[in-house]
Design a protein around this ligand. Structure first.
Ligand code: HEM
Length: 502
């Protein structure tokens, strides 16, 4: 036998052995069903550019509890409300850890971040403190005036565009509004402006971090490549993360100095009364309760997790309403009827009395969840689920995007129809497993109530005051609704729309 023939035969033999051993080991290991995994790369080629869509298609074949091998990473994909309930309600504690991507390890973020810490004492302490100082209903109520002011500034900007017949980049202005709401709640200052002359350093770095952090990183599937950083992603994330932390450090230092210079009398008069001041006081009182690192990484979490999620939801909601003018009209009529005249803008206390507006936000979350896989969970031990084993350290992806478009759950799932939520008691607060854009269980998003207020008040204000047309007389139904996968699920093409004052 010549050498090439011998080589081909041996390769064939090895491939067969590997195929049988994978099949055998899958059977033996009692992993949930899934596609055949190739040597080394596993099922990586199945992911494609839009993994939420590819995995939705695969789970139609292998079922709502599916296993994959992504490089060396065992991944379990959950794609039905029933299985989601088993994971995040029945066995919530066992799946409450995080599979940490390489990008989250940069600047040691995973050691201090609420998002990435395992659900232990440190995580519980941070969730408790941040609830007390930011996420509680009392704190949210206390900052209502500030949100009102920022929405007014947004409407002033839209008015200017209206007068000049200029299109509005809806996602961009929503991002600026949400960013400024948070930067004022936390630091009493604006971080961005609507015009091009304002400083955009902070905004640009948050956006860059979201974009780079969302790119699939080969190091996550082959940790052995970590020192090489073959795509250069770690270097990028490091540069942006460092820049943002430096900005926070400067602000913290300035405020610490200011606070130490104030006399007791001034203290009362010139207190900023913002989150930074409260957290600094806590830090001064007890460094072990809330350290400087806890603080700067909490700020990073806040601006990363809070801005793009809300602004992209607003952009999708506006795109759906523009594409469905009769739904836009229904939503506007409800607002106009409620406020009686168009000079009075809606307030946060009105939200509960605007069922169609609420249904519009729910329908937007059903079709366009900002985090289509939630944030990857991790099993802390082997867990038996319906006779299968979910192994310790497996990454858990909950495909809420697939659940939102499942025809067995939603009639006409591809159609934007807020009406479907009018007569049913389904909400997105973690109790109804068919709609969990914020997750559920102990890892549920702590910013849910904040996001709820901002989404309704901004969307309501934009549609109450203006009609919206597409550029170049494009017909509503021609609007490109393509998606771009990243840390959040963005529109492929930004929504540009011309406001017409009503
Ligand atoms: C439309 C708005 C938002 C959506 C759809 C959203 C969604 C999510 C999701 C899916 C998770 C992961 C849940 C899980 O792992 O099961 C999460 C976690 C988190 N979110 Fe949000 N979020 C939003 C807004 C916000 C805001 C405004 C903030 C902060 C002000 C925030 C802060 C966080 C934090 C800190 C976590 C980590 C919680 C933990 O791991 O314990 N989010 N969010």
């Amino acid at each position: 036998m010549d050498y090439p023939t011998f080589f081909i035969l041996m390769s064939f033999l090895l491939a067969c052995i590997h195929a049988f051993s994978t099949l055998f080991s899958r059977r033996n290991s009692r992993l949930p069903p899934g596609p055949y995994a190739f040597p080394i790369i596993g099922n990586l080629l199945k992911l494609g550019g839009k993994p939420h869509q590819s995995l939705a298609t695969l789970s139609k074949c292998y079922g709502p509890l599916m296993s994959l091998k992504l490089g060396s990473l065992t991944t379990i994909v959950v794609s039905s409300p029933h299985i989601a309930k088993v994971f995040f309600h029945t066995h919530d504690r066992l799946f409450s850890s995080r599979a940490i991507p390489e990008a989250a390890r940069v600047v040691d973020h995973h050691k201090f971040s609420i998002v990435w810490l395992p659900a232990g004492d440190q995580w519980r302490r941070l969730r408790r403190i941040t609830k007390e100082y930011l996420f509680s209903m009392q704190c949210i109520d206390a900052t209502e005036l500030l949100r009102k002011e920022k929405v007014r500034e947004l409407l002033e900007h839209v008015d200017r565009c209206c007068k000049n017949g200029r299109p509005v980049n809806v996602g961009e202005v929503a991002f600026t509004t949400i960013l400024n709401i948070f930067s004022n709640v936390v630091f009493s200052t604006d971080f961005a402006g609507y015009d091009s002359v304002s400083s955009q350093v902070f905004k640009d770095n948050v956006r860059a971090l979201m974009e780079v952090g969302g790119k699939p990183n080969v190091v996550d599937y082959f940790p052995i490549l970590q020192p090489l950083d073959p795509q250069g992603l770690t270097r990028w994330v490091y540069a942006c993360g460092k820049k943002l932390l430096t900005i926070f450090d400067e602000i913290i230092d300035q405020r610490t100095e200011r606070m130490s210079n104030l006399s007791l009398h001034d203290d009362v008069l010139s207190s900023k009364n913002d989150v930074l001041e409260s957290l600094l006081r806590l830090n001064l009182k007890d460094e072990s309760e809330f350290s400087r690192n806890d603080m700067r990484h909490f700020f990073l979490d806040l601006f990363m997790a809070g801005t793009d999620t809300i602004s992209s939801t607003l952009e999708w909601a506006m795109a759906e309403l523009i594409r469905n003018p009769e739904k836009m009209e229904t939503a506007r009529l409800e607002l106009v009827k409620f406020t009686q005249n168009r000079t009075k803008n809606i307030h946060e206390e009105d939200i509960s009395q605007l069922p169609y507006l609420q249904a519009t936000i729910k329908e937007t979350f059903r079709l366009h969840p900002p985090a289509p896989f939630l944030i990857p969970h991790q099993a802390i031990q082997n867990v038996d689920i319906q006779g299968f084993i979910v192994p310790k350290n497996a990454q858990i992806l909950c495909n809420v995007w697939a659940m939102g478009r499942d025809p067995d759950i939603w009639p006409n799932p591809e159609v934007f129809m807020p009406e479907r939520f009018l007569d049913v008691e389904i909400d997105f607060k973690g109790q109804d497993f068919e709609l969990i854009p914020f997750g559920t269980g102990r890892r549920i998003c702590p910013g849910l109530n904040f996001a709820h207020r901002m989404l309704h008040i901004v969307l309501g204000s934009l549609i109450q005051n203006y009609d919206w047309r597409l550029e170049r007389n494009k017909r509503p139904y021609d609007l490109d609704m393509g998606e771009k996968f990243g840390l959040t699920l963005q529109r492929n093409v930004p929504l540009m729309a011309i406001p017409i004052k009503l």
